[in-house]
Ligand binder design. Structure first.
Ligand code: SAM
Ligand code: SF4
Length: 328
């Protein structure tokens, strides 16, 4: 059985972007009220006294937009300094990153994934639902700052949407030629914006690889992370290309993760709501730490049965919760 030791922690469900595929424009999301968010202290208690003792060692901070969380640098420092933390990373849209990239690094963050769906500021703004001044440059500045500070690996996440940014695949892949960056193409999932998915559909990783292979050739990279990406390389390139194919390929059997939402729900599977634990309410109502550990242990034991099983019959469901709410 796969060892589940990786926890994705949503620090906040709010976001300063409204990406078409994640938070469709015009949709009203119910944001979590401040008093319902896990406090810093509760979050650290859960990490240190519940998750680490049951075997979690890798943590990714996400959201919503994690950099909107007050005192995010202090939280990074606190988790990074725990002796059992083997890996701490963050997924961000990069908009607020440039001024605090060095502080995050100094606090102990070493790995960062930044979402960048387009190199064209106009298309980028369309995707993220920005109507005023373009936000592309500020995100690009965040990426450059992360590069200068020395985050390694520095990964760029691209969700590919047919007819929106799929014509940029080669330009995005070319970023890996001169820089040791990792560009990861993510298949668009029917989660968050079912309408857009219905209109546009999705592009498979195999098609993307073929485009890149036709242009430069493509070899399998030696590295294989613990994550779901299949990693390739343009021959001679400094960086790598990752393909996350959750639509075309089922990797549930090698799933090593659980998700903790910003309001303290522990979710064993991204696409299946069975078995979730409301850890915040338990903590606030006085359930003891050993009891919480036991609940999480029991959830770990049944996770293989919960892992999403609908893949074999094709992914047809559209999920009402968005990635920003779940903690993507
Ligand atoms: N706000 C941060 C960001 O955008 O990087 C972190 C949270 S976001 C929910 C985490 C990841 O989920 C991003 O890489 C985003 O592109 C991805 N995502 C959101 N909705 C998605 C969808 N419908 N299909 C595939 N990936 C999605
Ligand atoms: Fe915000 Fe990230 Fe969702 Fe875009 S993908 S709306 S940046 S949470």
């Amino acid at each position: 059985m796969n060892q589940v030791d990786y926890l994705r922690i949503s620090l906040i469900d709010r976001c300063n972007f409204r990406c078409q595929y994640c938070m469709p424009e015009g949709s009203e999301l119910d944001y979590i009220l401040k008093q319902q968010l896990l406090t810093d202290e509760e979050l650290l208690t859960l990490v240190q006294e519940v998750f680490i003792p049951v075997g979690f060692r890798q943590f990714r901070l996400t959201g919503g937009e994690p950099l909107l969380r007050p005192r995010v640098v202090d939280l990074v420092g606190a988790i990074a300094s725990l002796p059992q933390t083997q890996d701490l990373s963050m997924t961000t849209n990069g908009f607020l990153l440039a001024p605090i990239a060095q502080n995050l690094y100094d606090a102990g963050l070493r790995r960062i994934n930044i979402s960048l769906d387009s190199l064209d500021p106009h298309i980028f703004d369309q995707i993220i639902g920005s109507h005023g001044r373009s936000r592309w440059q500020q995100v690009w500045d965040g990426i450059q700052a992360a590069h200068r500070v020395g985050f390694d690996p520095l990964k760029l996440n691209v969700v590919v949407i047919p007819g929106v940014n799929d014509h940029e695949i080669l330009d995005l892949a070319a970023l890996t030629i001169d820089k040791q960056w990792h560009v990861r193409f993510i298949e668009f999932m029917p989660i968050g914006n079912g309408e857009l998915f219905g209109d546009r559909g999705w592009v498979s990783s195999a098609e993307l690889r073929q485009q890149i292979r036709d242009r430069w050739g493509l070899t399998e990279a030696q590295v294989r992370g613990s994550g779901p990406a299949d990693v390739f390389q343009i021959p001679g390139a400094k960086g790598t290309l990752g393909f996350i194919s959750q639509m075309s390929e089922c990797f549930c059997d090698r799933c090593n993760r659980m998700r903790l939402s910003a309001d303290g729900w522990l979710r064993p599977c991204l696409l299946n709501e069975t078995g979730q634990l409301d850890l915040k309410t338990s903590l606030r109502s006085g359930v003891s730490i050993p009891q919480l550990r036991e609940q999480v242990r029991q959830l770990l034991a049944i996770k293989p049965e919960i892992n999403y099983k609908g893949r074999d019959s094709g992914t047809t469901g559209v999920y009402s919760r968005t990635m920003s709410q779940i903690g993507g």
